[in-house]
Write a protein that binds this ligand. Structure first.
Ligand SMILES: Cc1ncc(COP(=O)(O)O)c(C=O)c1O
Length: 421
């Protein structure tokens, strides 16, 4: 047996890992046998940082002690609480602070962004999505089409070629060169939720813009996982949730990015509420409406502080470690996972995620021929939490913040045993 395929090797990698100490800053759930779960679903719901409770408790205490005065008197005054998140969130997605705000939830933000950036005309109205787009994105664009008097059929799908699993950029180029004059918007998942493919966002922006199409990116599976460099990419807008790699709790608030080139455009159509009105005069409660510049100009409501406190706890951790160090570990950890899976001697198993580390984040999607959800059930019985997608794919995300090389080794050993039974 190769040394690399051994528990000793995995343990040695954990010792060499400069950021292995971070695992201890998370609550790792335990199975019935009292052992830590081998948790591989940070791509679905990230684990809870131990500090989160303290951050939320601070706001509960301030609410108890100050009531409404907490808007100004709380340790972190609630009135501008969202500003405490902006710089750190902007760093994670590679944006300027003026381009980012935390608000609402992901699908809501996609709709608000489409209100502004999906402006169809009689001839240019179609929307491009990936054929494997997350259902919520598909439903969102279909409902936008219908809202504007078009049909669900006006969605154009960017598909993998027959017999392939991944998207090719040249196929998007063909779609845009053939149909670009009819296309108003591209809404693409930056990291595909199913295959884990990390697409070249900058290239997508170039292709879309070459025919005056607006380009929006769903970064649900990208934020806190890969470095999308949103500002440099030139995409018009993006949105992402914070409950996956950003570990901010179930259903927590979402991020929104609007490129700086649109920051001062007050003529963009948009929905409004008191929270995108100029902060300096908001409480005068008077006309006329005066929209804020930048991403803050898409807010509607005063935000839920308890959820923001959980986001702040997580972003402080990200800020301490930095995306660069996380990516370095992530490439090693996912590379190790891939190596071990490839060592399994079975023709029934195939990784559909790209081989090139630059074209993926931490998620590896494994297709297991002739398997059904029973395999997923058996993994769970063995303390391994993964994510099953019909018909035959197990999605696993070794997350560099809290997964270890030993987790990866143990997981693949058990998978191998189950497959050989
Ligand atoms: C790619 C993608 N888009 C949209 C959603 C929907 O998110 P929400 O329920 O926060 O609107 C998800 C949720 O997992 C997702 O993964």
């Amino acid at each position: 047996m190769q040394y690399r395929n051994s528990l000793e090797y995995a343990k040695e990698q954990d010792k060499l890992d400069e950021i292995s100490y971070l695992r201890n800053q998370f609550h790792i759930p335990k199975g019935k046998n009292g052992k830590d779960w081998l948790y591989f679903t940070g791509n679905s719901l990230g684990l809870q940082p131990k500090s989160t409770q303290k951050y939320i408790q601070q706001e509960l205490d301030d609410w108890a002690n100050f009531g409404v005065e907490g808007h100004l008197e709380a340790k972190n005054p609630w009135l501008n609480y969202h500003e405490l998140l902006t710089d750190k969130m902007a760093k994670i997605v590679g944006a300027k602070p003026v381009e980012v705000v935390v608000m609402n939830t992901l699908t809501t933000n996609l709709h608000l962004l489409m209100v502004s950036f999906y402006q169809p005309t009689k001839t240019k109205y179609k929307i491009v999505i990936e054929s494997d787009a997350f259902p919520s994105d598909r439903y969102a664009v279909q409902s936008q089409l219908k809202f504007h008097g078009f049909s669900e059929e006006d969605v154009i799908e960017w598909k993998p070629r027959k017999g392939e699993d991944l998207l090719r950029m040249e196929d998007l180029e063909s779609i845009i060169s053939e149909h670009g004059d009819e296309i108003a918007l591209l809404l693409i998942g930056g990291v595909n939720y199913y295959t884990g493919q990390f697409l070249d966002i900058k290239k997508i922006a170039e292709i879309g813009h070459s025919k005056q199409c607006v380009v929006g990116i769903d970064l649900a599976h990208g934020a806190g996982n890969i470095q999308p460099n949103l500002h440099d990419s030139g995409v018009d807008f993006a949105a992402w949730c914070t409950y996956k790699y950003l570990n901010s709790g179930p259903g927590s608030l979402a991020g929104l990015f609007v490129h700086e080139k649109h920051a001062k455009n007050k003529d963009l159509p948009r929905f409004s509420g008191w929270w995108n009105h100029n902060k300096a005069t908001r409480f005068n409660m008077r006309q006329p409406f005066d929209v804020m510049e930048g991403a803050e100009g898409w807010q509607l409501s005063n935000p839920p502080i308890l959820s923001m406190a959980a986001i702040k706890a997580s972003l402080d951790l990200f800020d301490e470690v930095g995306m660069e160090r996380l990516r370095i570990k992530s490439e090693k950890l996912t590379g190790y996972f891939e190596f071990l899976i490839n060592e399994i001697d079975s023709i029934n198993i195939k990784i559909i995620t790209p081989k090139n580390p630059k074209e993926r984040g931490c998620q590896i999607s494994i297709q297991v021929k002739n398997a059904d959800k029973n395999l997923h059930k058996k993994l769970t019985e063995n303390n391994i939490i993964t994510d099953w997608r019909e018909p035959d794919v197990i999605r696993c995300a070794p997350v560099p913040l809290y997964n270890s090389f030993e987790d990866v080794y143990q997981m693949v050993s058990i998978l191998k045993e189950l497959l050989n039974k």
